[in-house]
Every structure is written in structure tokens, then in C-alpha cells.
Design a protein. Structure first.
Lengths: 72, 351
């Protein structure tokens, strides 16, 4: 599941390049391809943060079951 | 005082302050190899971030990214893309590597391979490959420094003596202060580079064209093919882009210095959080592109694209400002060079 969130930037920035490698429409005065990569540079932390949430809750479950489901 | 002297004085002042901060940070602790190489595994998320941003964003970010945008155009975009993806990979691979590193007191990448596969020849090969590939990367930093000194002195000082001087300074600095010293200089370097990138990327288009919009409109009119792949090249198209981005992202943390920097973290969770925040620093790269694109319109026809950023800054701003940008660039070369030496040295011992 965490891997899925981390895969999103790969799809957006790497494999879909023919779809967004264009000048128009310009956004904020920038060519579309440059804008798109800047946008995803800032969205990658969001995706990784989601992955982090998944990992943390999974680890918490694991350590709970290892310690015999004792309440914190 | 000539313009070149003003610029050079400011560069020397910035490098001097940076080096002193490093020496000071190093001298406050008694030094053993564990402190020197991995800072006693005590860095929190802020310092790991500063150290990694410090060693990943090199003079290639500064002169090379703008140079690629200037000379090649569209294909340069791969530089922006692979970094955040490499951090996404690090989110998964660095925490387990760190756990093994702490358990067995590992300090370098060859140590890890020795432990994992139990073969001394394999770890020697890993060390050898690491050192061989660090050498050109180190050379790149020194050439960058040479270019900065050459342009900032208005061609009065040549590259070679500048590179020799910088090598001596970097070597002395690494010897005395270790990774902790480098992390402290990274603080200055990271902020200075970010400031420099933000300022010139907004100011230069504004001064010459009245903003990004008019500048890119003019560029799209004059050279529409330059802004998309394959740009000014013949063969760097979409398949090249996708394969290069994927390969660079997957392999990025095989760099021994990036692999090794992960051992400085206090715990493995810090490396996950670091992966989340590292892409934010990557925003300096597109800013450098904008400067490179602006230079294409303002100072066209340069023989070497790597000179474009500093040439356009020299043409636009007074010498003292060229000095600040040059000083930021000089630290941007020296911090990664220090970490590369710091990584190569223990690797060399394991060959």
C-alpha cells in the first residue's frame, strides 16, 4: 500500500512524459512541462507523507501484536 | 578597487566564514572514526536533511542545470524529475540499511556489502567502484570552482590556480572537522544556494522581460523546439527521458556518499521523514533552469553552457552581488567535494 503511494510520482513524472511534454497551455507564465514537474516536485512529499502514514500505522499494529496487544 | 577584486573579496569572505564554521563545529568534540565518519549516529531530521541536501545539490545544480537548460533545453527536465523519485526510493531502502548499520557499527557502503554477503572481494570491488566514480564527480566540483573564480575575477585569475587552492582548503577542512563540520557548512550553503536561486530566477526575467510570462512567450516564439524534448539535441527524446529518469532514480542511493550519509541519522524513522521533506529542496533546480533559459535570450551564443548563469549574473548585477552568487556557488562546490573525499577515504582503506 505504501508502495502504491510512492508509485504515483513515478507515473506522473516519468512514464507519462509524452502527455505533458508541451509548451502550451502555459501556467503561471511557465511552459507546461516545466510547470508540471515543479508541481509534482511539491506533490511528491504529499505522496510520501501518505506512504509514511501507512507505514507508521502498520508498524504500530505489528509492535502491538508482538507485545501481546497490551494497551499503551 | 576593480570590479573583479570586489567580487573575489566577497567570495573569499563567504568561503572563509563557511570554513571557520566547519572547523569550529569539528573542534568542539573529541574526534574518533565514529564521530568523524558518521557523527556518532546522532543527527535528527533537520541535520540529515541539511547534510543530504548539502551533498546532493552540487555545483552541477548551480552551473550544470542552468547550462543544460541553456545549451540543450527540454531534455534538461530529466534533472528535476529523477531527484524526487530517488527520494521516494530512499523512503523504502534507507531505513533497513540504517538498522543493519547500527546493529553492526557500519560506517561505509563496502562495510555493508561485506556484512551482507560475507565476501571480502565483493566489498573491495564495491569500494573500488565507489572511489573510481567519485573521482570525476569530485573533479566536476573543482572545475565548477575554477569557473566561478575565473568569471568573478573578470578572467584575471585562471582556473588552474583556483582549483589547486580550493583542493588544499577542502582537504584540510575534511581532515580537521569530519562529517559534523561538513553538516554545519551545509547549513550556510543550503540557505545561500536557495536564496541565490530564488532571487536570480525572479529578478533576471523581471529585469529583462517584465516577468516569467513575457520571457517564456518570447522564447516560445523564437525557439519553440528548445523548450520541449529533444530540444537542441537530436537523440534525447521521450524514451531517453523515461529510461534515464528511472535509472537515475533507482541507482541514486548507490552513490557511496549518499548511502553513507544515511548512517548519520539517529534512528531509521528520521530517514523516512527525511525522504518526505527532501523533494522540497529540489525546487532550486527549476529555478536554475529559468535562469538558463533567460540567459539564452540575454547572452546567446556562449561557447560553454556552464558559463551561462554566471555570465548573465555578471551582466545584470553589480560586482558585489556577483560575489555573493559566486560565494554561494563556491560553497556549493566545496560541501559536496568535502563529503566525496570523506566517503572515498574510508572506502580506499577497504580495497
Amino acid at each position: 500500500m505504501a508502495l502504491l503511494f510512492a508509485a504515483v510520482p513515478f507515473v506522473a513524472m516519468c512514464f507519462t512524459v509524452p502527455l505533458w511534454d508541451r509548451i502550451y497551455p502555459m501556467v503561471l507564465g511557465l511552459p507546461f512541462n516545466l510547470f508540471w514537474l515543479m508541481l509534482w516536485t511539491l506533490l511528491t512529499p504529499v505522496c510520501l507523507w501518505m506512504a509514511y502514514r501507512v507505514e507508521v500505522s502498520r508498524n504500530a499494529k505489528q509492535s502491538n501484536s508482538e507485545s501481546g496487544d497490551e494497551p499503551q | 578597487m576593480t570590479a573583479g577584486m570586489v567580487a573575489m573579496l566577497i567570495i573569499c569572505a563567504i568561503v572563509g566564514v563557511g570554513s571557520l564554521a566547519g572547523f569550529y563545529a569539528g573542534s568542539r568534540r573529541t574526534m574518533d572514526l565514529e564521530q568523524w565518519a558518521v557523527a556518532g549516529r546522532g543527527f535528527g531530521v533537520v541535520f540529515v536533511w541539511l547534510l543530504m541536501a548539502g551533498e546532493i545539490y552540487t555545483t552541477f545544480t548551480f552551473l550544470g542545470a542552468s547550462g543544460w537548460a541553456y545549451s540543450r533545453g527540454g531534455p534538461a527536465l530529466y534533472l528535476i524529475a529523477y531527484m524526487p523519485l530517488a527520494y521516494a526510493i530512499s523512503f523504502f531502502i534507507l531505513p533497513p540499511i540504517w538498522e543493519i548499520g547500527r546493529k553492526y557499527h557500519l560506517q561505509t557502503q563496502p562495510d555493508f556489502f561485506q556484512l551482507r554477503y560475507g565476501d571480502k572481494r565483493l566489498s573491495a570491488l564495491v569500494a573500488l567502484i565507489g572511489v573510481i566514480f567519485i573521482i570525476p564527480y569530485l573533479q566536476l566540483q573543482l572545475v565548477g570552482l575554477g569557473i566561478i573564480v575565473e568569471i568573478a575575477s573578470f578572467d584575471k585569475i585562471h582556473r588552474a590556480p583556483a582549483m589547486v587552492g580550493a583542493s588544499i582548503l577542502v582537504a584540510g577542512f575534511v581532515l580537521l572537522s569530519g562529517v559534523r563540520g561538513v553538516a554545519w557548512v551545509s547549513v550556510i550553503k543550503d540557505f545561500l544556494l536557495l536564496f541565490a536561486a530564488l532571487f536570480i530566477a525572479f529578478a533576471i526575467p523581471h529585469i529583462y522581460f517584465g516577468g516569467f510570462g513575457p520571457m517564456f512567450a518570447q522564447l516560445a516564439h523564437a525557439k519553440p523546439s528548445h523548450l520541449v524534448m529533444p530540444g537542441a539535441t537530436t537523440n534525447l527524446g521521450h524514451s531517453w527521458y523515461a529510461s534515464s529518469v528511472l535509472l537515475s532514480a533507482l541507482g541514486f542511493f548507490m552513490w557511496p556518499q549518499s548511502f553513507g550519509a544515511s548512517f548519520t541519522a539517529r534512528n531509521s524513522d528520521i530517514l523516512r521523514r527525511n525522504a518526505i521533506v527532501l523533494p522540497i529542496y529540489n525546487i532550486t533546480l527549476p529555478l536554475m533552469f529559468i535562469v538558463g533559459y533567460a540567459a539564452l535570450l540575454v547572452v546567446p551564443g556562449l561557447r560553454d553552457g556552464d558559463l551561462s548563469l554566471l555570465t548573465v549574473v555578471r551582466k545584470t548585477f553589480p560586482p558585489w552581488f556577483l560575489g555573493i552568487i559566486g560565494g554561494a556557488g563556491a560553497l556549493t562546490a566545496m560541501v559536496p567535494a568535502s563529503i566525496q573525499i570523506l566517503t572515498a577515504a574510508p572506502c580506499w582503506l577497504r580495497i
